[in-house]
Write a protein that binds this ligand. Structure first.
Ligand code: NAD
Length: 494
C-alpha cells in the first residue's frame, strides 16, 4: 500500500482554506488500487462552530442580495464545472471507483441542478390575491430559512450535494456541506471552483469529517435546516435528532429496488437496461435494481439472458478504456456483500453467476466483485430483505402482475420500482399501484431530472419535501403571509 505524503485536506470556512481542529485523520483510498490518495481530517464541534459563525455573518448580507444577483454566481459555477468536467470526473473515479462515463454522467446531473437553481427569480416567487375581503389584499412571499447543512453519502460525491446546495444559496440561505469522509476529494475540488466564482465569504462552507461533525450540525441552535442522503438507519437517526432540535429536515435513505419483467417485455432491451441498473456503479446506486421478478413466460428467457449479460460485463479500473464496472468502495463493503451472497445461497438461492473472488489483472489489491445473479431468492430471506449495495441481482418468479405488485408493496423501502412491458394498461396499473417514489416504465434507473423532485417513499425517505427542483425551493424557504388594508380615504392626500 502506498502511504500518502500529501498534506491532509482542508476545510473551507468564511472564504478561506483552513486546517481542521481535529487531530484524527482517515486515509482516502482508491478502491481499485488501494492507493492512499490523501487524508481527510475528522473535524470537531469547534470546526462546526467556526462554520456556523461564518454562515451567520454572511446570511445578513446574502439574504438582502437580490435573487438576480445571487444566481450570477451560479452561472459562473456552471461554466467552471463544465470547464473542469474531465478533471472532476477523474477525481470521482479515483476516490469512488466508478467508470469515467459514470463519473461524467453524475457531474452532468450536478450541473443540471445548478442550471435549474438559476431560475430562482421565478421559482422563488410567492402569490397574492387582491380583495380577500373588501379593500384587503393578501400576499405570500418566500424568505430564506437561514443557515442550512448538507450531509452526503459516498456513492455520488459530485452529484448529491448539488440536489441541495444551488437551491439553498439561490434562495438566500447560507450553508455548510459535510461530504462523505470516504470520498472528500471531489468536494474539495468543487469548492476550489466555488472560490473562483467570487461568492461572498461564508455563504458556502465545507467541513470534512464524520459523526462528530454531523452531531455538531444537528445540535447547533443556529442551523435551521438539514438535508441528508445516506443509509436508512442513519437517515432515521438524523430525522429524529433534527426534529428534536427543532429543525426542518429532509432525509433520503436506502433502498431495495425491484424490477418486474412481464411476458410481453422486449427481451434484448429489458436485459440490457436491467443489467445496467443492477451493475452500473457496481450496484452502489440508491436506484440500482436489486431484485428482478419475472412474471409468467418471462421466466423462460430472462434468467439466461441476464446471466449472460452479467458474466460478460467488463470489470476493472474505472479509468481504463472499455471498463463497464468498477470496484466497491471498501474492503469492508466487499466482505459484507460477499457474505450476503453466501447467506443467500445458504437460504436456498442458486448462484447462476457468482462474482466472488474476482481477480482483476493489474488491480489484484482492489475491492472487486464481479456481477452476481442469484436465482430462486426467497422473498422472506435475509438476502431479499437487505439492501446489498453491490453488483448482485436476485431473481424471483411469479405468475401475475398483481402478485408482483403485491411483492413490490410488501417491502419496507420505496425508492424505485420499474416495470418492463409493452402494455399501456399494465404500465398504468403499475404506475398507479406501486408504492415507490420513483417509477420506471421500460427504464432501469428512474432518476428524476433536476426539475423534478428526487422522490422516495417509506423507509427510503424521512421528511416531506425532497431534494431538487421546486420541492428544494420550498424546503429552503419559509412562507410569510402579509394581509394588508389601505383605506381608500388615505390615498386622497396624494
Ligand atoms: P451512510 O449512511 O453510511 O453515510 C452517509 C453520511 O452520514 C456520511 O456523510 C457519513 O459521514 C454520515 N454518517 C455515517 N454514520 C453516521 C452516524 N452514526 N452518525 C452521524 N452521521 C453518520 O451512507 P453511505 O454508505 O455513505 O451511502 C450509501 C447509502 O446511501 C445507501 O444506503 C444508499 O441507498 C443511500 N443513498 C440513498 C440515496 C437516495 O436518494 N435515497 C442516494 C444515494 C445513496
Amino acid at each position: 500500500m502506498v502511504v500518502s505524503t500529501k498534506k491532509p485536506l482542508l476545510n473551507y470556512i468564511n472564504g478561506e482554506w483552513c486546517a481542521s481542529q481535529g487531530t484524527e485523520l482517515l486515509d482516502v483510498v482508491n478502491p481499485a488500487t488501494t492507493e492512499v490518495l490523501s487524508q481527510v481530517p475528522l473535524s470537531e464541534t469547534a470546526d462546526v462552530e467556526l462554520a456556523v459563525t461564518a454562515a451567520a455573518a454572511a446570511f445578513t448580507t446574502w439574504r438582502r442580495t437580490p435573487p438576480t444577483k445571487r444566481v450570477q454566481y451560479l452561472f459562473k459555477l456552471k461554466i467552471l464545472l463544465e470547464e473542469h468536467l474531465e478533471d472532476l470526473s477523474d477525481t470521482i473515479t479515483q476516490e469512488c471507483g466508478k467508470t469515467l462515463v459514470e463519473s461524467k454522467a453524475e457531474l452532468r446531473r450536478a450541473i443540471e441542478n445548478v442550471e435549474v437553481a438559476c431560475g430562482i427569480p421565478i421559482l422563488m416567487q410567492g402569490y397574492n390575491l387582491e380583495d380577500i375581503a373588501r379593500g384587503i389584499d393578501e400576499i405570500m412571499i418566500r424568505q430564506p430559512v437561514g443557515i442550512t447543512a448538507i450531509i452526503t453519502p459516498f456513492n455520488f460525491p459530485g452529484m448529491i450535494p448539488f440536489w441541495f446546495l444551488p437551491y439553498a444559496i439561490a434562495c438566500g440561505n447560507t450553508t455548510i456541506v459535510k461530504p462523505s469522509e470516504k470520498v472528500p476529494l471531489t468536494m474539495q475540488k468543487i469548492f476550489e471552483l466555488i472560490e473562483q466564482t467570487g461568492l461572498p465569504q461564508g455563504v458556502v462552507n465545507l467541513v470534512n469529517g464524520a459523526k462528530e461533525v454531523v452531531d455538531g450540525l444537528l445540535e447547533h441552535p443556529q442551523i435551521r435546516a438539514i438535508s441528508f442522503v445516506g443509509s436508512s438507519p442513519i437517515a432515521q437517526y438524523i430525522y429524529r435528532q433534527a426534529a428534536a432540535f427543532g429543525k426542518r429536515v429532509q432525509c433520503q435513505g436506502g433502498a431495495k429496488n425491484p424490477v418486474i419483467v412481464l411476458p410481453d417485455a422486449e427481451p434484448a432491451m429489458t436485459t440490457r437496461i436491467t443489467a445496467d441498473s443492477a451493475f452500473g456503479c457496481a450496484g452502489q446506486r440508491c436506484l440500482a435494481a436489486s431484485v428482478a421478478v419475472t412474471v409468467g413466460e418471462a421466466g423462460d428467457w430472462y434468467p439466461e439472458a441476464i446471466a449472460t449479460a452479467a458474466s460478460t460485463r467488463v470489470v476493472g479500473y474505472g479509468g481504463d478504456e472499455g471498463v463497464q464496472m468498477g470496484p466497491v468502495i471498501t474492503k469492508q463493503s466487499q466482505a459484507r456483500i460477499e457474505g450476503l451472497i453466501q447467506q443467500g445461497i445458504d437460504e436456498g438461492a442458486t448462484a447462476l453467476v457468482d462474482g466472488r473472488q474476482a481477480k482483476i489483472s493489474g488491480y489484484e489489491q482492489g475491492n472487486f466483485i464481479r456481477p452476481t445473479i442469484l436465482q430462486h431468492v426467497n422473498p422472506e430471506s435475509t438476502l431479499a430483505q437487505t439492501e446489498i449495495f453491490g453488483p448482485v441481482l436476485g431473481l424471483m418468479h411469479l405468475e401475475t402482475i398483481e402478485e408482483a405488485i403485491e411483492l413490490v408493496n410488501s417491502g419496507k423501502w420505496g425508492n424505485m420500482a420499474c416495470l418492463f412491458t409493452n402494455s399501456g394498461a399494465a404500465a398504468r396499473k403499475f404506475r398507479y399501484e406501486a408504492e415507490a417514489g420513483n417509477i420506471g416504465i421500460n427504464i432501469g434507473v428512474a432518476a428524476p431530472m433536476a426539475f423534478f423532485p428526487f422522490s422516495g417513499w417509506k423507509d427510503s425517505f424521512f421528511g416531506d419535501l425532497h431534494g431538487q427542483g421546486q420541492q428544494a425551493v420550498e424546503f429552503f424557504t419559509q412562507t410569510k403571509v402579509v394581509v394588508e388594508r389601505w383605506p381608500k380615504e388615505w390615498s386622497r392626500q396624494f
